[in-house]
Design a binder for this molecule. Sequence first.
Ligand SMILES: Nc1ncnc2c1ncn2[C@@H]1O[C@H](COP(=O)(O)OP(=O)(O)OP(=O)(O)O)[C@@H](O)[C@H]1O
Length: 224
Amino acid sequence: MDLVRFENVGLRYGMGPEVLRDVSFEVPANSFQFLTGPSGSGKTTLLRLLFLALRPTRGLITMFGQDVVTLSKRQLAESRRRIGIVFQDFRLLDHLTTYENIALPLRVQGQDETRYRPEVVELLHWVGLGERMHVLPPVLSGGEKQRAAIARALIVRPELLLADEPTGNVDPVLARRLLRLFVELNRSGTSVVIATHDATLLEQFPARRLRLEGGHLHIEERAA
Ligand SMILES: Nc1ncnc2c1ncn2[C@@H]1O[C@H](COP(=O)(O)OP(=O)(O)OP(=O)(O)O)[C@@H](O)[C@H]1O
Protein backbone atom coordinates (compact mmCIF):
# COMPACT_ATOMS: atom_id res chain seq x y z
CA MET A 1 0.00 0.00 0.00
CA ASP A 2 1.15 3.56 -0.67
CA LEU A 3 0.75 6.12 2.11
CA VAL A 4 1.32 8.95 -0.33
CA ARG A 5 0.98 9.41 -4.09
CA PHE A 6 1.99 12.52 -6.03
CA GLU A 7 0.83 12.73 -9.65
CA ASN A 8 2.18 15.56 -11.81
CA VAL A 9 2.24 17.93 -8.86
CA GLY A 10 3.20 21.55 -9.41
CA LEU A 11 3.69 24.23 -6.80
CA ARG A 12 4.30 27.95 -6.98
CA TYR A 13 4.30 30.51 -4.19
CA GLY A 14 1.94 33.36 -5.10
CA MET A 15 2.79 34.68 -8.55
CA GLY A 16 6.34 33.35 -8.42
CA PRO A 17 7.86 30.68 -10.68
CA GLU A 18 6.96 27.00 -10.25
CA VAL A 19 9.20 25.65 -7.50
CA LEU A 20 8.05 22.07 -8.17
CA ARG A 21 7.09 20.83 -11.65
CA ASP A 22 5.39 17.59 -12.64
CA VAL A 23 6.49 15.81 -9.51
CA SER A 24 5.31 12.18 -9.38
CA PHE A 25 6.29 9.59 -6.76
CA GLU A 26 4.90 7.31 -4.08
CA VAL A 27 5.81 6.72 -0.46
CA PRO A 28 5.07 3.02 0.13
CA ALA A 29 4.16 1.71 3.58
CA ASN A 30 7.24 0.67 5.60
CA SER A 31 9.60 2.47 3.23
CA PHE A 32 12.71 4.54 3.83
CA GLN A 33 13.82 7.32 1.49
CA PHE A 34 16.05 10.32 1.37
CA LEU A 35 14.84 13.53 -0.23
CA THR A 36 17.83 15.30 -1.64
CA GLY A 37 18.89 18.10 -4.00
CA PRO A 38 20.81 21.37 -3.85
CA SER A 39 19.89 24.22 -1.53
CA GLY A 40 16.76 25.97 -2.76
CA SER A 41 15.66 23.02 -4.92
CA GLY A 42 12.38 22.65 -3.03
CA LYS A 43 12.96 19.98 -0.36
CA THR A 44 11.26 21.94 2.41
CA THR A 45 8.42 22.83 0.03
CA LEU A 46 7.89 19.15 -0.80
CA LEU A 47 7.89 18.30 2.93
CA ARG A 48 5.27 21.01 3.51
CA LEU A 49 3.07 19.39 0.87
CA LEU A 50 3.58 16.03 2.58
CA PHE A 51 2.65 17.53 5.93
CA LEU A 52 -0.49 19.05 4.40
CA ALA A 53 0.68 22.55 5.26
CA LEU A 54 0.52 23.55 1.58
CA ARG A 55 -1.84 22.60 -1.22
CA PRO A 56 -0.54 21.81 -4.68
CA THR A 57 -1.12 24.46 -7.35
CA ARG A 58 -1.76 21.64 -9.81
CA GLY A 59 -1.71 17.86 -9.96
CA LEU A 60 -3.02 15.30 -7.53
CA ILE A 61 -1.82 14.37 -4.05
CA THR A 62 -3.34 11.34 -2.37
CA MET A 63 -2.55 10.81 1.32
CA PHE A 64 -3.74 7.69 3.14
CA GLY A 65 -6.00 7.01 0.17
CA GLN A 66 -7.69 10.44 0.05
CA ASP A 67 -7.29 13.32 -2.41
CA VAL A 68 -5.91 16.09 -0.17
CA VAL A 69 -7.89 18.93 -1.75
CA THR A 70 -11.18 17.24 -0.82
CA LEU A 71 -10.33 16.87 2.89
CA SER A 72 -12.50 18.69 5.41
CA LYS A 73 -10.81 20.54 8.29
CA ARG A 74 -11.46 17.59 10.58
CA GLN A 75 -10.12 15.04 8.08
CA LEU A 76 -7.06 17.22 7.55
CA ALA A 77 -6.39 17.24 11.31
CA GLU A 78 -6.90 13.46 11.44
CA SER A 79 -4.45 12.89 8.59
CA ARG A 80 -1.89 15.20 10.19
CA ARG A 81 -2.09 13.12 13.36
CA ARG A 82 -0.75 10.17 11.38
CA ILE A 83 2.34 12.16 10.39
CA GLY A 84 5.30 13.16 12.55
CA ILE A 85 7.58 16.00 11.50
CA VAL A 86 10.98 17.12 12.68
CA PHE A 87 11.47 20.75 11.68
CA GLN A 88 14.83 22.19 10.70
CA ASP A 89 14.61 24.71 13.56
CA PHE A 90 13.21 22.17 16.12
CA ARG A 91 10.34 24.40 17.35
CA LEU A 92 10.62 23.36 20.99
CA LEU A 93 8.79 25.48 23.54
CA ASP A 94 11.39 27.14 25.77
CA HIS A 95 9.18 27.42 28.86
CA LEU A 96 8.42 23.68 28.97
CA THR A 97 10.90 21.02 30.09
CA THR A 98 12.18 18.43 27.62
CA TYR A 99 9.74 15.92 29.12
CA GLU A 100 6.82 18.37 28.77
CA ASN A 101 7.75 19.21 25.19
CA ILE A 102 7.73 15.55 24.20
CA ALA A 103 4.48 14.88 26.09
CA LEU A 104 2.74 17.93 24.61
CA PRO A 105 1.15 16.25 21.55
CA LEU A 106 -0.45 13.67 23.88
CA ARG A 107 -1.58 16.34 26.35
CA VAL A 108 -3.15 18.28 23.47
CA GLN A 109 -5.02 15.11 22.48
CA GLY A 110 -6.47 15.07 26.00
CA GLN A 111 -4.67 11.92 27.12
CA ASP A 112 -4.15 11.16 30.79
CA GLU A 113 -0.62 11.79 32.10
CA THR A 114 -0.60 8.74 34.37
CA ARG A 115 -1.05 6.66 31.22
CA TYR A 116 1.43 8.32 28.89
CA ARG A 117 4.19 9.16 31.37
CA PRO A 118 6.02 5.80 31.18
CA GLU A 119 5.88 5.93 27.38
CA VAL A 120 7.37 9.43 27.25
CA VAL A 121 10.12 8.48 29.71
CA GLU A 122 10.96 5.35 27.71
CA LEU A 123 11.18 7.32 24.46
CA LEU A 124 13.41 9.93 26.14
CA HIS A 125 15.78 7.14 27.16
CA TRP A 126 15.66 5.67 23.66
CA VAL A 127 16.86 8.94 22.11
CA GLY A 128 19.46 9.34 24.85
CA LEU A 129 17.81 12.18 26.76
CA GLY A 130 16.97 10.26 29.93
CA GLU A 131 19.23 12.51 32.00
CA ARG A 132 17.97 15.72 30.40
CA MET A 133 14.21 15.35 30.73
CA HIS A 134 13.73 17.95 33.46
CA VAL A 135 15.73 20.79 31.89
CA LEU A 136 14.45 23.56 29.61
CA PRO A 137 15.39 23.57 25.90
CA PRO A 138 17.64 26.67 26.10
CA VAL A 139 20.20 24.67 28.10
CA LEU A 140 20.18 21.73 25.69
CA SER A 141 22.98 21.39 23.12
CA GLY A 142 22.13 21.47 19.40
CA GLY A 143 22.24 17.69 19.18
CA GLU A 144 20.07 17.28 22.28
CA LYS A 145 17.49 19.68 20.86
CA GLN A 146 17.57 17.69 17.66
CA ARG A 147 16.84 14.46 19.54
CA ALA A 148 14.08 16.14 21.56
CA ALA A 149 12.44 17.30 18.30
CA ILE A 150 12.68 13.73 16.96
CA ALA A 151 11.16 12.30 20.15
CA ARG A 152 8.28 14.78 19.98
CA ALA A 153 7.53 13.68 16.41
CA LEU A 154 7.64 10.01 17.42
CA ILE A 155 5.51 10.11 20.55
CA VAL A 156 2.28 9.98 18.53
CA ARG A 157 3.54 6.79 16.76
CA PRO A 158 3.22 8.27 13.28
CA GLU A 159 2.79 6.10 10.20
CA LEU A 160 4.87 8.60 8.26
CA LEU A 161 7.87 10.44 9.67
CA LEU A 162 9.22 13.51 7.88
CA ALA A 163 12.51 15.11 8.88
CA ASP A 164 14.04 18.29 7.46
CA GLU A 165 17.86 18.17 7.63
CA PRO A 166 17.80 16.22 10.91
CA THR A 167 21.58 16.03 11.07
CA GLY A 168 22.21 19.62 10.07
CA ASN A 169 23.39 20.75 13.48
CA VAL A 170 25.24 17.76 14.81
CA ASP A 171 28.69 16.20 14.55
CA PRO A 172 29.26 13.11 12.35
CA VAL A 173 29.14 10.66 15.28
CA LEU A 174 25.76 11.90 16.43
CA ALA A 175 24.55 12.07 12.81
CA ARG A 176 25.26 8.33 12.52
CA ARG A 177 23.37 7.66 15.75
CA LEU A 178 20.39 9.66 14.57
CA LEU A 179 20.40 7.77 11.27
CA ARG A 180 20.38 4.48 13.20
CA LEU A 181 17.41 5.76 15.17
CA PHE A 182 15.49 6.46 11.94
CA VAL A 183 16.43 3.06 10.50
CA GLU A 184 15.26 1.35 13.69
CA LEU A 185 12.03 3.31 13.56
CA ASN A 186 11.53 2.22 9.96
CA ARG A 187 12.09 -1.43 10.95
CA SER A 188 9.27 -1.08 13.43
CA GLY A 189 6.93 -0.15 10.56
CA THR A 190 7.05 3.63 10.06
CA SER A 191 7.71 5.11 6.61
CA VAL A 192 10.54 7.61 6.79
CA VAL A 193 11.37 10.57 4.52
CA ILE A 194 14.58 12.41 5.40
CA ALA A 195 15.38 15.63 3.55
CA THR A 196 19.11 16.18 3.50
CA HIS A 197 21.95 17.41 1.33
CA ASP A 198 24.50 15.83 3.65
CA ALA A 199 26.50 13.58 1.30
CA THR A 200 28.09 11.66 4.18
CA LEU A 201 24.69 10.79 5.60
CA LEU A 202 23.44 9.68 2.17
CA GLU A 203 26.42 7.36 1.75
CA GLN A 204 25.77 5.68 5.09
CA PHE A 205 22.52 4.01 4.24
CA PRO A 206 21.62 2.51 0.86
CA ALA A 207 18.06 3.85 0.70
CA ARG A 208 15.96 5.09 -2.18
CA ARG A 209 16.71 8.69 -3.13
CA LEU A 210 14.20 11.25 -4.30
CA ARG A 211 16.38 13.92 -5.89
CA LEU A 212 15.05 17.37 -6.73
CA GLU A 213 16.70 19.40 -9.43
CA GLY A 214 15.37 22.36 -11.37
CA GLY A 215 11.90 21.69 -9.98
CA HIS A 216 11.84 18.09 -11.22
CA LEU A 217 12.05 14.95 -9.11
CA HIS A 218 14.29 12.04 -10.09
CA ILE A 219 13.99 8.72 -8.34
CA GLU A 220 17.06 6.61 -7.70
CA GLU A 221 16.28 3.15 -6.38
CA ARG A 222 18.93 1.44 -4.23
CA ALA A 223 18.93 -1.96 -2.68
CA ALA A 224 18.48 -1.42 1.07
N1 LIG B 1 7.00 31.05 1.55
C1 LIG B 1 7.65 31.21 0.39
N2 LIG B 1 7.32 32.21 -0.46
C2 LIG B 1 7.95 32.39 -1.64
N3 LIG B 1 8.98 31.61 -2.07
C3 LIG B 1 9.37 30.60 -1.27
C4 LIG B 1 8.74 30.35 0.01
N4 LIG B 1 9.35 29.28 0.57
C5 LIG B 1 10.30 28.89 -0.30
N5 LIG B 1 10.32 29.67 -1.40
C6 LIG B 1 11.22 29.51 -2.58
O1 LIG B 1 11.05 28.21 -3.10
C7 LIG B 1 12.29 27.65 -3.50
C8 LIG B 1 12.51 26.31 -2.79
O2 LIG B 1 12.71 26.53 -1.40
P1 LIG B 1 12.82 25.38 -0.33
O3 LIG B 1 12.99 26.00 1.01
O4 LIG B 1 11.71 24.44 -0.52
O5 LIG B 1 14.19 24.67 -0.79
P2 LIG B 1 15.14 23.66 -0.01
O6 LIG B 1 15.57 22.66 -1.02
O7 LIG B 1 14.45 23.17 1.20
O8 LIG B 1 16.35 24.57 0.39
P3 LIG B 1 17.41 24.39 1.62
O9 LIG B 1 18.14 23.10 1.37
O10 LIG B 1 18.29 25.59 1.46
O11 LIG B 1 16.60 24.38 2.88
C9 LIG B 1 13.34 28.69 -3.21
O12 LIG B 1 13.61 29.40 -4.41
C10 LIG B 1 12.68 29.60 -2.18
O13 LIG B 1 13.16 30.90 -2.30
